[in-house]
Design a protein around this ligand. Structure first.
Ligand code: FES
Length: 82
C-alpha cells in the first residue's frame, strides 16, 4: 500500500527504513532518497514509523538517519572504488 503518493513510498519500504535509523519522517524519507513534498502523508508515515519501531523494540539504539545515509554512501563509494 502506498503511504506517500508524491514519492511512491510503500508501507513496507517505510517500515524497513524506520528500522534502519533513528529519526523523524524527514530523516527516514531522506534515507529512502526522497523528500516530503505536499506533506499530506506525514502523520500517517510518522504513525507507521513509531508503530514499527515499537513492535520491533528499536529506536534510539539505531544511528540517526543522516548518519545511516552517510554510511550507505560510504559503502557505495567503497564498492565503486573497489
Ligand atoms: S503524499 Fe507524501 S509528500 Fe505528498
Amino acid at each position: 500500500m502506498f503511504i506517500c503518493i508524491c514519492n511512491a513510498i510503500k508501507d513496507v519500504e517505510l517500515r524497513e527504513a524506520a528500522l534502519a535509523c533513528d529519526g523523524d519522517v524527514d530523516g527516514v524519507y531522506k534515507l529512502l532518497g526522497r523528500i516530503p513534498q505536499c506533506r499530506q502523508c506525514v502523520d500517517d508515515a510518522e504513525e507507521i514509523i513509531t508503530e514499527e519501531r515499537h513492535a520491533k523494540g528499536v529506536g534510539s539504539r539505531k544511528p540517526p538517519c543522516l548518519a545511516a545515509l552517510a554510511a550507505l554512501g560510504a559503502m557505495t563509494d567503497s564498492r565503486v572504488g573497489a
